[in-house]
Write a protein that binds this ligand. Structure first.
Ligand SMILES: [Zn+2]
Length: 254
């Protein structure tokens, strides 16, 4: 199957879905990664154009670690909105990749761009099959892809309440690759050090994946929720793409 992951910024996908994407790749599926922005505001020392050039390259390098194709939709940081143009651009990208499965940011998260990326991906994916919704050269799709939301940062909503995924993927065998992918984002590490005064870039990733796993009884995990709205596939296509022993269902499904 073809799997497209869309999130807001370079390094978000590495944080929330890279282990799963690597395991999907290992199981013979094609992986595509896209970010809404090139992370252009993520530097104190460089201007937005320089920063975007570096971060676009880092994101492409991270995608190459798992043999994935990377694309940037070229919005600016803090400039991701649900507009007519943004919806068409996102729909065009989904049509171009023609994924069976789409992974995106959670509907509720700490960052405006994350929430906008989630909304845009959801609204754009609904429109991929409308022939009169013209977005560019990519052909209309026959089927809306199965849509999944990644975990929000810290696994909590805006009020600190736990957001339970539908299932987690045991990514223990993919942890080293996940770290390798995040490590490609060297400029982000410098930025976090100067802006937030923290230098626990990789440690943070390991701790988050460990705590996600701990809740569900495995060493390291990534969680996902499936969008079940009208027109979207209801069966768990993602589960069909991975060995059953790595899937930990959070709630028994009827
Ligand atoms: Zn982000």
């Amino acid at each position: 199957m073809r799997i497209l992951a869309i999130h807001a910024h370079p390094d978000d996908i590495e944080y929330f879905a890279a282990g799963t994407l690597y395991m999907l790749k290992q199981n013979g599926h094609e992986i595509f990664i896209a970010t809404m922005t090139a992370g252009d505001k993520g530097s104190k020392a460089m201007d937005p154009i320089q920063t975007a050039n570096i971060r676009r390259e880092e994101a492409a390098r991270a995608a190459r670690v798992i043999g994935a194709e990377y694309a940037c939709l070229e919005f600016g940081d803090y400039e991701v909105f649900d507009t007519d143009n943004a919806r068409r651009k996102t729909t065009e990208h989904i049509r171009r990749v023609a994924p069976d499965i789409l992974l995106t940011a959670p509907p509720t998260d700490y960052h405006a761009d994350h929430e906008a990326a989630s909304r845009l991906t959801r609204y754009a994916s609904f429109a991929v099959g409308l022939p009169n919704y013209v977005t560019g050269r990519a052909p209309c799709l026959d089927q809306v892809p199965a849509l999944y939301y990644m975990d929000p940062a810290g696994g909590v909503d805006l009020f600190g309440n736990r957001v339970d995924p539908d299932f987690v993927v045991n990514i223990t065998s993919a942890m080293e690759i996940k770290k390798d992918m995040l490590a490609c984002h060297e400029s982000q590490r410098d930025w976090l050090r100067s802006y937030h005064g923290v230098d626990n870039f990789l440690e943070d990733l390991v701790e988050w994946s460990r705590s996600r796993g701990e809740t569900y009884g495995v060493p390291f995990a990534e969680g996902f929720k499936q969008h079940k709205g009208f027109a979207y596939p209801q069966e768990n296509l993602l589960a069909q793409c991975l060995p059953s022993e790595v899937m930990v269902m959070v709630y028994p499904k009827a």
